[in-house]
Design a protein around this ligand. Structure first.
Ligand code: ADP
Length: 344
């Protein structure tokens, strides 16, 4: 069936079946149809709010929610952080942890650094103006070709009530560009070894743009699964762990998302329904346990990357890996939210 797409850079004039907003839920003049953002989602997945929401559930269901690293919110929990780490070290002198400090509202690895001891936190004046999350650093990630990588999975939250969640079968694996070593005081600052962000590693001389989907610095997740499976790993179990991580994370966000929803789109008043594509960033530990790193409310859907033709001259070229994964995500999302299908 035909799909008519209109862009309204200066504000909308026509009612639509589906509204596709670039950043967040912001148009209060929509009385029907579906919007691709939930009110409050951007706020809920910020580092501090997400940490708080998951931690509330960790307190209630510690075993169910052990897929999220132990975290503290700065500056308010700085002394709690210091005390708890000291207690844990006293209890187990062989525990030699590393911590990762991430400014709230940051993205693309911005402002992130690793420390060995709470006293290394840069508690300068700026920490007051820039709150952060500090969390236990996962020291033993699964490596492929000696490199650390993380997984970006696309999740469609189709409805909050009833809760309907779809997880895309393929995602992206984003690789570091320096061989991984467990953190030591000497290598803590080596971002190309410890941080998997595309936006950082692209600047390393070692970044490899691949023109197929199973080599290079960005690959499909399915290519990793194939490799793991050929080595005898239990890929079915891994998928079921990932699915449960995704569902439990969304459940942790749901109570507050419902409050936002009620306030922006009160029941009984004409308004749109919402859906949203979320980007889940997941790290696999060496033992194949998936750990949640963060949730992105506005994941990039770019299927091109920039290439420097000559110094200072850039051109957008197609990225087959992004295209393979993201086109399917958008296509399946549109099929799932198809208003005609709803009527039928
Ligand atoms: P950003 O929004 O800036 O990308 P992330 O929370 O995704 O922040 O962290 C950036 C990168 O740091 C991740 O992609 C991952 O490679 C690494 N990282 C983050 N948290 C941890 C952790 N607890 N243990 C190990 N590595 C981590």
């Amino acid at each position: 069936r035909l799909l008519s797409l209109f862009q309204f850079p200066f504000g909308r004039r026509l009612p639509c079946d589906i509204y596709w907003h670039g950043v967040s839920f912001h148009d209060n003049d929509i009385f029907s149809g579906q919007v691709n953002k939930f009110p409050g989602m951007t706020e809920m997945v910020r580092k501090i709010t997400l940490s708080r929401a998951v931690r509330t559930m960790q307190d209630l269901f510690p075993l169910e929610y052990n897929f999220y690293p132990r975290s503290w919110i700065l500056p308010e929990e700085f002394s709690l952080f210091v005390d708890e780490v000291r207690m844990m070290k006293d209890g187990d002198p062989s525990w030699k942890p590393t911590f990762i400090v991430k400014p709230d509202g940051g993205c693309q690895g911005d402002g992130i650094y690793l420390i060995k001891d709470p006293s290394d936190i840069r508690l300068t004046g700026s920490i007051q103006s820039r709150p952060a999350v500090v969390q236990e650093y996962i020291c033993k990630p699964l490596l492929v070709d000696k490199l650390k990588f993380d997984i970006r999975l696309y999740v469609l939250l189709k409805s909050l009530e009833p809760l309907e969640i779809y997880i895309a079968k393929d995602g992206l694996s984003r690789f570091c560009t320096e061989p991984y070593q467990e953190p030591t005081l000497k290598n803590l600052h080596q971002v190309f070894m410890h941080l998997t962000n595309y936006s950082l590693n692209i600047h390393s001389g070692n970044f490899i743009h691949s023109d197929n989907v199973n080599t290079g610095s960005k690959r499909t997740f399915s290519s990793i699964l194939c490799r793991l499976s050929s080595k005898g790993a239990d890929v079915k179990k891994l998928w079921s762990d990932i699915i449960s991580l995704v569902i439990k994370t969304i459940i942790a966000l749901t109570p507050e998302l419902k409050v936002y929803y009620q306030s922006d789109i009160p029941a009984g008043k004409p308004g749109p329904t919402c859906f949203q594509i979320l980007g889940f960033d997941i790290l696999l530990m060496k033992n194949l346990k998936p750990m949640l790193l963060e949730v992105n409310a506005n994941p990039s859907m770019r299927i091109e990357h920039e290439q420097e033709l000559s110094p200072g001259v850039f051109e957008n070229v197609p990225s087959p890996v992004d295209e393979e994964v993201k086109v399917a995500v958008i296509r399946d999302t549109l099929r799932l939210v198809d208003p005609q299908k709803k009527k039928r």
